[in-house]
Design a protein around this ligand. Structure first.
Ligand code: SF4
Length: 263
């Protein structure tokens, strides 16, 4: 493939990502500007998933067959069904110290899913993800940085119950719980996943590489573009690193066709 063909494919991917984003926001059609014909915004055929063939630049997406995700149906499980499956979970030892199961929240058709590691004190109290101090920072990134509403995106964690003392979840706890976040991602089928910190990045990508090394470059999870970045809690301890997260988020915005605000 020559350079012109590559650039053409990147432009097509950018336009497609932008149309998908508009569709997810509820826009049904757009004016073409060339005639009075309105062009419907389409989304990939149900049962298809994306394969990404880029790393450092916004991913180019093509469609391949998507696997069956429930025992009796070709349809992905709904978020409600996944929550029902979790029930009053006792699958790992984290259940003994939790107050609430923090399932996740946001737009079930979000184009972006943020994945953290696990609930902290405030999240356990309120039953909502990222509502403490670090959560406020994530909200600022979404609202002030990306110019989106928190309700536009989906936010969840690798484990649904608070690890004692806010320690990292242990491997057996992750193994017991990670199936649920994977099902959530399939149910939402976002355009981009953003992993926050080591735990979600390493466990979704199956790597032992640290976040400092791996952040800022495109990866894929089940064909979905995935951007690892620092956890907001780390930014509270190291505010000097905020610029790196903003760089990563701008790449995500570029991939989705969201305009980056001028400084
Ligand atoms: S962390 Fe996950 S697997 Fe463990 S008890 Fe909570 S919901 Fe169940």
């Amino acid at each position: 493939m020559n350079q012109i063909q590559k650039e053409f494919l990147e432009i097509v991917a950018d336009v497609r990502a932008h149309l998908e984003y508009q569709r997810a926001l509820g826009v049904k059609s757009i004016e073409t500007g060339l005639s009075n014909i309105q062009t419907p915004i389409v989304r990939p055929v149900a049962g298809k998933e994306k394969t990404v063939v880029a790393a450092e630049s916004p991913p180019v997406v093509k469609e391949t067959a998507k696997p069956v995700t429930t025992a009796n149906s070709v349809q992905p499980m709904t978020l409600e069904a996944i929550r029902e499956e979790i029930g009053d979970c006792t699958r790992c030892k984290l259940h003994t110290g939790r107050k609430t199961i923090v399932f996740g929240e946001g737009n079930p058709k979000a184009v972006i899913v943020f994945v953290g590691e696990g609930p902290g004190f405030e999240e356990d109290e309120q039953g909502r993800p990222f509502v403490g101090e670090a959560g406020q920072l994530l909200t600022d990134i979404i609202v002030k940085g990306m110019k989106l509403k928190r309700e536009d995106v989906y936010i969840c964690n690798i484990v649904k119950c608070r690890p004692p003392g806010n320690r990292n979840p242990e491997p057996d706890e992750v193994e017991s719980c990670i199936g649920f976040v994977k099902k959530q991602i399939r149910a939402i089928n976002p355009k981009v996943i953003v992993t926050l910190g080591n735990v979600p990045t390493q466990n979704l990508l199956g790597t032992k590489q640290g976040i400092t090394k791996i952040r800022g470059a495109w990866h894929t999870y089940e064909g979905i573009p995935l951007m690892p970045t620092f956890h907001p809690a780390y930014l509270l301890r190291s505010p000097g690193e905020k610029g790196k997260v903003w760089e990563d988020i701008q790449k995500v915005m570029g991939c989705l066709g969201i305009a980056v605000p001028a400084k």
